[in-house]
Ligand binder design. Structure first.
Ligand code: CA
Length: 273
């Protein structure tokens, strides 16, 4: 008999949780990979892939830390751990209130960062992006802050489910620059992140009803700066297991330059029910 505890992969911190003994009917194949890349001294990305214990589903989280010294890696790790802790500490509520549960978990992560920054002045400038997907088959709730991304691959088509909360994207959205025009000095400047930045964090939320064969990709900008959407779609179309696919995506971004920390989390819905 297989182990009913959640699948843990490198990048997730161990955490004591009381898990129900029964096992979900089947599992969504989900996994992640992360790498420092070739140019950064350390990896400030963090992620978690958690198989839900009390129903068929997964919790996916990607965070990309910001802030000097050790701030970035502290912020991303803390945000991921708080979101995972909030959503796994007790049985999940009914499906119709999962959106609220996910929102509260992200808010709790923001509060944890805020409190930590107040206690440790050297972390005053820290913060993180956070992109989370709570999947209870076939429903998927997304919560998002920053410029990491969630994608849905369906039948060969790739859709970006989240907006990039960068100043450059805002200029494009508001029509101040052309839709495809790059604004190099603003491409990596965030107007919205999780952390004690003073400004209110705006949580972007989305719901999707998944279909058999769908794939979700959550990733940090270190992946998408090197791999364009058509390349992501081509790779997601492969029949590769999620662990191998996540590692392949990270390796491809490294091969293309690895200029930033790289994180990819992939979940594949079963092909047929
Ligand atoms: Ca990054």
């Amino acid at each position: 008999m297989s182990d009913p505890r959640p699948l843990r992969v490198p990048g997730t911190a161990p955490r004591p949780v009381d898990w129900p003994a029964e096992e979900p009917a089947s599992r969504i194949d989900a996994a992640g990979a992360t790498d420092r890349g070739h140019h950064r001294a350390k990896n400030e990305d963090a992620f978690a892939v958690i198989q839900l214990a009390d129903r068929e589903g997964v919790l996916l989280v990607v965070a990309d830390g910001l802030g000097g010294a050790h701030g970035g890696e502290v912020a991303s790790r803390m945000a991921v751990d708080v979101v995972v802790g909030e959503l796994t500490r007790r049985p999940l509520p009914a499906d119709r209130t999962l959106r609220l549960a996910l929102r509260r978990a992200v808010e709790a992560a923001g509060q944890a960062l805020d409190e930590t920054a107040r206690q440790q002045p050297e972390l005053a400038a820290f913060g993180t992006t956070l992109t989370a997907a709570l999947v209870t088959w076939p429903e998927a709730w997304i919560a998002h802050v920053g410029d990491s991304r969630a994608y849905l691959w369906r039948g060969g088509r790739l859709e970006q489910l989240t907006r990039d909360h960068t100043m450059a994207e805002r200029l494009r959205e508001e029509g101040l620059v052309a839709p495809r025009q790059r604004v190099p000095s603003w491409e990596s400047v965030l107007w919205n992140a999780l952390g004690p930045s003073g400004e209110e964090t705006q949580l972007e939320e989305r719901h999707e009803r998944l279909e058999p064969g769908d794939r979700l990709l959550l990733c940090s900008d270190g992946l998408t700066r090197h791999l364009a959407d058509d390349e992501l779609a081509r790779r997601l179309a492969q029949r590769t297991a999620s662990q191998e696919l996540a590692e392949e995506l990270v390796a491809a971004a490294n091969l293309a330059g690895g200029e930033d920390n790289i994180t990819a989390v992939v979940a594949r819905a079963p092909a047929a029910r």
